[in-house]
Design a protein around this ligand. Structure first.
Ligand SMILES: C[S@@+](CC[C@H](N)C(=O)[O-])C[C@H]1O[C@@H](n2cnc3c(N)ncnc32)[C@H](O)[C@@H]1O
Length: 295
């Protein structure tokens, strides 16, 4: 029988690609199951493309040939377990990130929060602490630090350890100072830090108003009842359903008329809770809970 190779080859090629993708997806599912079983982190709600990119990077860094080879490392090496969690959660942060949010909080939200005898503020996904430090500085400047507790939480215990020290992961830069000024800062940013051995540490009386705790937005319940919740640049890594569950958790954690701040690139559009929140400042990504009903 004569085989027409010209027709057969592309089909075979396509089949190979489909098969490779199928195998790769299976490997990713196995990896996600292993992470959940071994470390209790459920990555299934994270955007698939983002998880895929991070796992692909792990394959390169760990010098293995495929995702399946990561699994024994994950199961049997404590060092790899910590390394993998650190690599899969993106822990980048900076002081006064997206300064117009802090400016809007200063001008439009904190005057209202001043009417409460005491305040609880929840920073969810705090990474190495810069957002909580910025909030403490802002509260100090508007005279609301006393009687305010900042609860900073994250899924990653390593970053929490770092955040608790109050020490910045890098030196204060001119860019930090510029963002602080753009947020309406009334002093000099360096006044809030002491320096020793080239390290910058947040003033102890500010740090005393922040508690750092482990909390997984996707698996744990309401962390506290808060007048203000900030969760920025975390939901961007979740798929749409998971973003909606996170938003429902935040809505249920806010007191009536409490405020929610999300990240610059995050949105409430397509969320079933968008009608429960009133937009205070779209550019600053600040919203206010309207009713006391839970979702
Ligand atoms: C890019 S950082 C954002 C830090 C800070 N919010 C900011 O905007 O500068 C994302 C943080 O979210 C944390 N995170 C990811 N998934 C989480 C989850 N399910 N629960 C709590 N924190 C989570 C990561 O560990 C990481 O520290």
């Amino acid at each position: 029988m004569v085989i027409n190779l010209a027709k057969e080859v592309p089909i075979l090629h396509e089949q190979n690609i489909t098969e490779t993708l199928r195998t790769e997806n299976l490997e990713i599912d196995l990896f996600i199951t292993a992470i959940k079983g071994k470390l209790g982190y459920d990555l299934s709600g994270y955007a698939r493309a983002s998880i895929k990119r991070r796992i692909a990077q792990l394959v390169i860094d760990e010098n293995v040939t495929c995702i399946a080879e990561l699994i024994p490392k994950l199961l049997y090496s404590r060092q790899c377990q910590t390394n993998f969690v650190n690599r899969l959660t993106v822990n980048v942060s900076e002081l006064f990130r997206h300064p117009i949010s802090f400016l809007s909080l200063r001008e439009s939200v904190l005057p209202y929060l001043a009417s409460f005898p005491r305040r609880d503020i929840w920073i969810a996904g705090c990474a190495t602490g810069e957002e909580a430090y910025s909030m403490a500085i802002l509260l100090e400047e508007v005279g609301l630090l006393n009687n305010t507790q900042i609860h900073a939480t994250d899924i990653n215990t390593d970053v929490l350890k770092q955040a608790k020290t109050g020490i910045l992961t890098k030196k204060l830069t001119r860019e930090d100072a510029t963002r602080y000024q753009a947020s309406g800062g009334t002093s000099s940013l360096s006044n809030y830090f002491s320096t020793a051995y080239n390290k910058y540490k947040l003033s102890q009386h500010l740090l005393d108003h922040i508690s750092f705790s482990h909390h997984n937005i996707l698996q744990d319940k309401v962390f506290c009842s808060a007048q203000l919740i900030m969760c920025r640049n975390v939901m961007i890594y979740f798929d749409l359903n998971t973003q909606n569950s996170a938003l429902a958790l935040f809505n249920n954690s806010l007191v009536q008329n409490g405020y929610l701040v999300i990240g610059e690139k995050e949105s409430l559009i397509n969320s079933p809770i968008s009608n429960l929140l009133k937009t205070i400042d779209e550019a600053a990504k600040i919203y206010q809970r309207k009713s006391s009903e839970n979702v």
